[in-house]
Write a protein that binds this ligand. Structure first.
Ligand code: SF4
Length: 310
């Protein structure tokens, strides 16, 4: 039984709605991040790898070239026909609206690109950006706004130097969904000082405000980060794979079945991953989540409404 029989995955949702499998192509459009350049904060989030930061936009291939390269790679492995362009690297709404519009439109101008996903911080989505995304959606494209919340606890967000609190997320998600924009919320499991209970509480606060999609990610320690220093000094203990799988399954069970899971785990490449080692093994984690849900006789939505144990 595939995971998509137990979890409402974004891949299956796209397949149902577009009639063909939709493949994601990651775009690095040369954005920076306001949590690094001082406009919102300095130093960046403690878990954010900064080696490839300060990208020189001129050195990057343009959007159409990146899509062409991604398309070639995906087609070698699959019979891909249509794509979503995922503006993934750093803060993809951090720029003036004319520049953003040109980048997003360049992706959507490709005849086989059916939509865009735009990853960003909740404190970086002014009305003008939301209006631009609505304009693209109203032109018939699939448009997702991906908001990195990570935790609903302000103390945790401060501890990882996130540079925004839950209130920024509340404002952004209400403004976006108030316009009918689809929002995918990112949550990290295993943040410093957090356990299963905090992960559940973050999910509950996200669900109470409303969201259309979720992405779960285990916190991993990668090179050239503040978290790496903390971990080396013994100040941070990463999750075991079993702990992550148990928590991810809990979150999935407590998520209403109509919300799509864009991701239930995340990986880091071996060249930058320091810990935990299992974060390099995506399929082991996905298979583990599927096996655990089956062992529980459970699936997405099966425990919606259950309160967090006191
Ligand atoms: S994780 Fe995102 S918000 Fe945080 S510093 Fe890195 S790019 Fe900026």
């Amino acid at each position: 039984m595939p995971l998509s029989d137990l979890v409402n995955t974004f891949g299956q949702d796209l397949l149902r709605r577009h009639g063909r499998r939709v493949h994601k192509l990651a775009i690095h459009a040369g954005f920076s991040c306001p949590n690094r350049d001082g406009s919102k904060g300095r130093g960046g989030c403690s878990f954010c790898n900064n080696v490839s930061f300060s990208p020189n936009a001129k050195a990057l291939p343009d959007v159409a070239e990146q899509i062409a390269a991604g398309r070639r790679v995906v087609r070698r492995r699959t019979r891909a026909e249509i794509y979503m362009a995922y503006f993934q690297a750093y803060t993809n709404t951090y720029g003036d609206v004319a520049r953003l519009g040109a980048l997003y439109r360049a992706a959507l101008a490709e005849p086989d690109v059916v939509g865009i996903s735009v990853g960003t911080r909740p404190d970086c989505v002014p009305d003008a950006v939301l209006d631009l995304l609505c304009e693209l959606r109203d032109a018939g494209h699939e448009v997702w706004l991906e908001l990195g919340l990570q935790s609903a606890f302000d103390a945790t967000l401060a501890r990882v130097n996130r540079g925004h609190g839950f209130e920024a997320y509340r404002r952004a998600v209400l403004a976006a969904r108030g316009r009918g924009l689809a929002v995918c919320t990112h949550l990290i499991v295993g943040l410093p000082g957090e356990g299963q209970r905090e992960a559940r509480a973050s999910l509950e606060r996200v669900l109470a405000l409303g969201t259309d999609g979720l992405k779960l990610h285990p916190l991993h320690v990668v090179r050239h980060t503040l978290l790496a220093k903390e971990w080396r000094a013994g100040g941070y203990q990463p999750l075991t794979m079993e702990q992550y799988i148990a928590t991810a399954c809990d979150l999935i069970e407590h998520t209403p079945a109509d919300i799509t899971y864009h991701r239930v785990t995340g990986t880091a490449t071996r060249d930058i991953l320091l810990a935990p080692d299992w974060c390099a093994k995506k399929w082991a984690v996905l298979n583990g989540i599927e096996a655990e849900l089956r062992r529980r006789g459970s699936a997405q939505g099966m425990r919606v409404g259950e309160r967090i144990a006191a």
